[in-house]
Write a protein that binds this ligand. Structure first.
Ligand code: SF4
Length: 259
């Protein structure tokens, strides 16, 4: 399967299914992926297990410079982004200078493209760090992944590091006091001889209960869009996603669907 890596710190703008015209920010290396998950559906491919050399992350100064150059160019061309999105080749909150980079981004956004939102797409594994939580509370769209209410399913789909504890992640998500968007990717299929399906009634009932407990400002549900590193995975049909979305609305939450 052909997955891909972003080869720049600032990429795009691209038209995002979920966010509109999005200027991407990649705080990970431009030649390899760094993530605390190894999702079987990741568009960046598998997370490297062993590295020959330490992964080199861009410095805060480098990110600021590249972002300033790109935003200034976009202003000059009158093509303003709807959103500046932290995503890229892995988990952005792993960057040791994440909070400072968010502060710089807010400053540059306010100066150059004041209408653009700032979004972070995260897998919620760094919420035990106070600096990460502080930074996430400063952005407009704090988007955190929760692919199942069952740790066993998350282990099958997202393949987290062994110290992952779903109960701790859920407590951290609750502590945002509603200033969080939950993103869930629904999929079906088989991987390593096991059935993958986070759309069963048992899964959905438990997931909806967890959503109600977290109380997010919005829920984003979507499915596989591009090639995945694991073979044997299937998209969930749009009408099925819509039925899941109806159930989210029934319990009182705003929901966005991308099929
Ligand atoms: S959390 Fe995101 S970047 Fe990390 S493996 Fe999963 S999909 Fe890929």
């Amino acid at each position: 399967m052909s997955t891909f890596l972003f080869d720049q710190i600032i990429f795009g703008p691209v038209r995002s299914r979920r966010l509109g015209v999005s200027l991407g920010v990649n705080l990970l290396p431009t030649d390899s992926k760094v993530c605390s998950f190894d999702c079987i559906y990741c568009e960046c491919g598998w997370t490297p297990r062993k590295r020959q050399t330490k992964a080199v992350l861009p410095s805060r100064a480098e990110v600021r410079l590249k972002m300033e150059e790109k935003l200034a160019q976009m202003v000059e061309n009158n093509e303003l982004p709807d959103v500046i999105t932290f995503a890229g080749n892995g988990e952005p909150t792993l960057h040791p200078e994440f909070e400072g980079i968010i502060d710089d981004t807010i400053e540059l956004r306010n100066l150059l493209t004041p209408k653009a939102r700032i979004a972070v797409l995260s897998n919620a594994t760094m919420l035990h760090k106070q600096a990460v939580v502080r930074a996430l509370l400063k952005v407009d769209d704090n988007i955190q992944k929760l692919d199942s209410a069952f740790e066993e399913t998350i282990r099958r789909i997202d393949c987290p590091a062994s110290n992952f504890k779903l109960t701790e992640v859920v407590e951290s998500l609750k502590s945002f006091g509603g200033k969080v968007i939950i993103q869930t990717l629904f999929l079906k299929g088989n991987f390593k001889g096991e059935i993958i399906d986070n759309t069963t009634e048992e899964e959905l009932a438990a997931w909806l209960k967890l959503i109600a407990g977290i109380g997010p400002s919005q829920v984003m549900i979507y499915t596989i869009d591009r090639d995945t590193p694991a073979a044997g995975l299937e998209k969930v049909k749009l009408d099925e996603l819509q039925r899941i979305a109806d159930r989210v609305r029934e319990i009182g939450f705003a929901v966005q669907v991308s099929g």
